[in-house]
Design a protein around this ligand. Structure first.
Ligand SMILES: Cc1cc2nc3c(=O)[nH]c(=O)nc-3n(C[C@H](O)[C@H](O)[C@H](O)COP(=O)(O)OP(=O)(O)OC[C@H]3O[C@@H](n4cnc5c(N)ncnc54)[C@H](O)[C@@H]3O)c2cc1C
Length: 408
């Protein structure tokens, strides 16, 4: 009978958060395994996002989300530069379309400054239209938020997981964690669809399944309430119509629908915020897409001359509260990173650092080599990284990913 493999840490979930965690923990010298139930990494919430790295200008102060977004501002760019991951600092314009929205800009500016986004400022209608000459001239004014980035939301987590794998960590796909218990001797014995795994610490970062997986350790203190976001993507021929990310004045419940450029030059409109019960396979609805496209045409009237080339939808792992659920159960060796609702791409590196700091180790750290991955798109849906094939799971990126990427 083969013996059960033993790890320092088992990470359950291979989305943006799990991929960032395996990268960080591997760097801390820990023997790590990542278990992902799907055949591909980055296939759930992390494959349906907008690809924007937020500054956190509108985060609720003193929340974990706020702290992570603050930490992420420097961390993200350091890693993107280290691995030559494409990003563009487009900045955002939060546009007021009526007097009521204009009256809200000063308090939004105050929050942005309180949140450390000190470069934010109000600009006049004339300045706004000078910056974005194709914007609907009905706009009255705006707040400019420098520092908001557009990125490749697929390549970031895949590169992080790939780098960890190159350093010897196990990435197990088609590996669903079905249950587990804490054995005497203080190791978890996890039951998975690929056999048992032993680990000193377990990390639950299972996104839309977060509360169900949490029940392996304790009755979950949070419930997942999936929130769907739909998008329409315009042809790259429209790329010159827009430079910045156009945000609406937010409501209490949602940041609202954005019109923004992708890092590969598509203009995108979305996401919606629709509560639902199903935790998988989000579908787009033609009526909603029509409304999104009409809104995009309002914001940028010349978009009407360019075709919509794709639509997609994603599910946010929202919960009954806004903040992340970051729980460290030291006695039982279980860390929960749940309900990473709408900023997980932006915050994943900072979340990973926070998780690593909760797992002290005396093992020597490793330094990831500066060597950047060699990346080639070898088929419509497949990218090869250092000779290893990865399925392009993010619809926005599948559309725009360059056919050849010279040595990244
Ligand atoms: C419409 C939309 C727009 C968004 N826009 C942005 C944005 O612009 N910027 C930003 O920062 N964030 C954005 N987000 C949020 C961001 O995408 C999420 O916060 C992030 O993807 C959450 O990552 P995760 O790793 O926690 O979850 P997931 O990506 O869902 O990963 C969890 C993984 O766990 C796996 N899993 C579950 N159960 C098990 C099990 N039992 N065993 C093994 N594996 C399991 C799942 O298969 C999945 O792969 C957006 C999200 C959506 C949906």
């Amino acid at each position: 009978m083969s013996s059960v493999p033993v790890y320092d840490v088992a990470i359950i979930g291979g989305g943006a958060v799990g991929c960032a965690i395996v990268h960080e923990l591997t760097g801390r010298g820990l023997k790590t395994v990542l278990c992902e139930q799907n055949s591909q990494l980055v296939q759930e919430a992390s494959a349906g996002n907008s690809g924007i790295v937020h500054t956190g200008f509108d985060a609720t102060p003193s929340t974990i989300e706020h702290q992570c977004l603050e930490d992420a501002r420097i961390l993200n760019k350091t890693i993107y530069n280290k691995y030559n991951l494409p990003f563009e600092e487009r900045g955002a314009l939060l546009v007021a379309w009526n007097q009521d929205q204009m009256s809200k800009l000063p308090s939004l500016l105050k929050s942005a400054h309180n949140n450390g986004v000190t470069g934010a400022r109000l600009i006049s209608r004339a300045d706004l239209l000078r910056r974005e000459p194709h914007l609907n001239p009905a706009a009255l004014g705006a707040m400019i938020i420098p520092g908001e980035l557009v990125v490749d939301p697929w390549l970031i987590p895949i590169t992080l997981a790939h780098k960890a794998w190159m350093q010897g960590s196990m990435i197990m796909r088609d590996c669903k964690v079905l249950g587990g218990h804490l054995e005497t001797g203080s190791h978890w014995l996890l039951e998975t669809s690929r056999g048992p795994i032993k680990s000193r610490v377990v990390i639950n970062c299972t996104g839309l399944q977060g509360d169900l997986v949490e029940a392996i350790n304790q009755p979950s203190p949070f419930e997942i309430h999936p929130r769907k976001g739909q998008f329409a993507v315009f042809d790259q021929s429209a790329a010159n119509l827009l430079h910045s990310i156009i945000l609406p004045v937010p409501t209490e419940r949602t940041k609202g629908v954005l019109v923004f450029p992708s890092v590969y030059g598509n203009i995108v409109v979305g996401p919606t915020a629709e509560d639902q019960t199903a935790r998988e396979n989000p579908q787009v609805h033609p009526k909603v897409i029509d409304e999104l496209v009409a809104y995009a045409h309002f914001v940028l009237p010349q978009l009407a001359e360019h075709p919509v080339v794709a639509t997609y939808a994603g599910l946010r792992p929202a919960t009954q509260t806004k903040d992340y659920h970051f729980i460290v159960d030291r006695d039982r060796g279980w860390v929960t990173v749940g309900g990473i609702r709408s900023t997980g791409l932006s915050a994943c590196l900072a979340i990973a650092r926070r998780v690593a700091n909760a797992i002290p180790t005396s093992k020597p750290h490793i330094t990831y080599p500066e060597q950047r991955p060699e990346i080639r798109r070898i088929a419509d849906d497949t990218v090869e990284m250092d000779g290893v094939s990865y399925h392009l799971t993010h619809p926005l990126i599948r559309l725009g990913f360059p056919n050849k990427m010279a040595k990244l």
